[in-house]
Write a new protein. Structure first.
Length: 115
């Protein structure tokens, strides 16, 4: 059974930093990519950043230069370093794992940035 465990969310002031972690466990077909999505209040879920097994990264324009995604393939863990946080970054952040057959989601972790 696949399980994604997220950690690292919380409340931070504008300009601050947070680091999210997501540890994936269970049996996967073959992990292709891991990533982070977010859902701001009253809005749709959107891609924040993703990283392939080979290390290729993709970022939303709104976070480029401020957020950095990384992963530890041996531990099936993905990280999101978030710097220079803004109030508009406030959202529930979800971890996602794509294994070539299915997409798996974490339970979400709240990030709140106060102005």
């Amino acid at each position: 059974q696949v399980q994604l465990v997220e950690s690292g969310g919380g409340l931070v002031q504008s300009g601050g930093s947070l680091r999210l972690s997501c540890a994936a466990s269970g049996t996967f077909f073959a992990i292709v990519a891991m990533g982070w999505y977010r859902q701001p209040p009253g809005k749709q879920r959107e891609l924040v950043a993703s990283i392939t097994t080979g290390g290729s990264t993709n970022y939303a324009d709104s976070v480029k230069g401020r957020f950095t995604i990384s992963r530890d393939n041996a531990k099936n863990t993905v990280y999101l370093q978030m710097n220079s946080l803004k109030p508009e970054d406030t959202a529930v952040y979800y971890c996602n794992v794509a294994d070539g057959l299915y997409g798996y989601w974490g339970q979400g972790t709240q990030v709140t940035v106060s102005s």
